[in-house]
Design a binder for this molecule. Structure first.
Ligand SMILES: [Fe+2]
Ligand SMILES: [Fe+2]
Length: 177
């Protein structure tokens, strides 16, 4: 039997995925399956050259800060918790939030972004899950407001997609608390 693999591209982060079908979640940014298109049909015209009004720019800059802060928190937590499930969970959350930061970096056309050193997370699983929960909760509320306010359709699309991703993250901590 011949198995046909294809290349699918995530319209939110622009990364590609090889598989027999599009994944339920982007392995890079966590965006849902509906954002995947076959690479032969992918067109990124306008995806990364976005006009930002003052409000959109301020919200995207705040989003970048939120993602960097969450990335360094999760990185810290992944190295401190003794549970293997916690190490894996926080490590992948750090990667996804790092990818979100990279998306905002591209939208803001920045050359580079800094991820400061951070070691103030707890060494036990539960308090880190609680902090994860409150961080995701804050992100979801902010992304919902930012999506509603967004003038740029592209910025609105990203805020909506990330809101869904952060909601996945919230469920992950809720199931463990
Ligand atoms: Fe993605
Ligand atoms: Fe995020």
């Amino acid at each position: 039997m011949k198995i046909t693999v294809k290349v699918y591209v995530c319209k939110i982060c622009g990364e590609a995925y090889i598989g027999t079908e599009a994944p339920s979640r982007c392995p890079f940014c966590g965006a849902f399956e509906k954002y995947f298109v076959e690479s032969t049909k992918y067109d990124d015209t306008g995806a990364w050259d976005v006009e930002l009004n003052d409000k959109d720019k301020a919200n995207v800059e705040k989003a970048l800060e939120v993602e960097i802060s969450n990335n360094i928190f999760y990185k810290c937590a992944s190295t401190k918790v003794p549970e293997l499930d916690g190490q894996k969970l926080f490590k992948i959350l750090a990667k996804v939030e790092g990818e979100h930061a990279a998306v905002w970096k591209k939208i803001l056309k920045l050359d580079k972004i800094d991820f400061p050193k951070y070691d103030k997370c707890a060494s036990k699983y539960k308090p880190n899950l609680e902090e994860s929960h409150s961080r995701e909760d804050r992100a979801i509320k902010f992304y919902g407001e930012a999506a509603a306010e967004a003038k740029s359709p592209r910025v609105k699309e990203i805020f909506k997609a990330f809101l869904e991703v952060e909601t996945d993250h919230l469920h992950l901590s809720e199931e463990r608390l």
